[in-house]
Design a protein around this ligand. Sequence first.
Ligand code: GAF
Length: 374
Amino acid sequence: MSAALERRAAEAFERRFGTPPAAVAFAPGRVNLMGEHTDYNGGCVLPVALELGTAVALGRGDAPGRLDIASDGFADARRRHIAETASGDWSDYALGSLVVAARQTLERDGLRATVASDLPVGAGLSSSAAIEVAAIRAADALQGVARDPVARATLARSVENDFVGLPCGVMDQFASSVGRPGTALFLDTVSLSHRMLPLLPGYSFLVIHSGVGHKLTDDGYARRVEECRAACASLGVGQLCDLDERAMDRIAALPAPLSARARHVVTENARVAHAIAALETGDADAFGALMVASHASQRDDYAVSVPEVDALVAAALQAGATGARLTGGGFGGSVVVLARDDLAGAMTANLIHSLPDARLMATVRPIPQVLNTR
Ligand code: GAF
């Protein structure tokens, strides 16, 4: 998949600019298995990189400061400039990344780029992080820079926070930069310590887009971040994940909706620890039960689900799924369903017929590999 997308981006570059690109790079999207909205609260997450992703082809331009960029996902090419701020456009992610990762080259020569992607925007599968990480990888290849994958992830996050303006955590950029398909990535978002964990043998994670596109730059996500900060101020803690389930009485005494928001974050962070134990012991039923609890918490306490997503989760459980939950930032997007391999095919067919716009985005199965992280 990544090689095919890199080829598509390179061919588009040559067609558009008349020369081959100087560098091409790919970065994957992700599905998060557990730990939603914990990454900007000092907690832990458990994503898996997908085979789906984004490739960026890059070359030097002929106009200092200018970025000429086109994407196969959007009809019109863009002409951007190093001095611009974010405009709410898809090209912001690439511009912001290239300004930080290839500033001198952009200033001196300008840059040209083409983007090829099989990650739909708004599916909750980190299309933004994928373009950021792919653009930084391509910039590094163009300039002969060897950047550590963790440093690349934190740089990409800073683009999202400081240039695009979304106050997100580091999960998506980290999964895109460090993660590998078929292997869960446990990440402590404070220390950035991380390790790979095997998925559940005999089970698949089905990633199904509800068809309801989300846009995290609409203010729902930022409002949740603010609510968490307000809860921290009232509780006298630096981050909500400094607390554990022993703090439930104090959390219950907070005013609405802060109490519910804090309860989600603290219980969700605990669920990541339990999910790791379930992966380590190969206990699919325990993992599935955690997914069900996570969905209820996102729906009832964090209020980031939508009726179509709730309907998909209910349909999956009805069809015999071991677990199902909303994945990603929410307000639409995708669900992740844990299904026994012998049930997965029929379940997928059943689910994509249960909602008019639902579609299968990926089937994630364990890939045995050497479990180191670099
Ligand atoms: C979005 C954000 F970008 C992540 O940082 C994370 O907070 C996620 O929503 C929710 O877990 O994908």
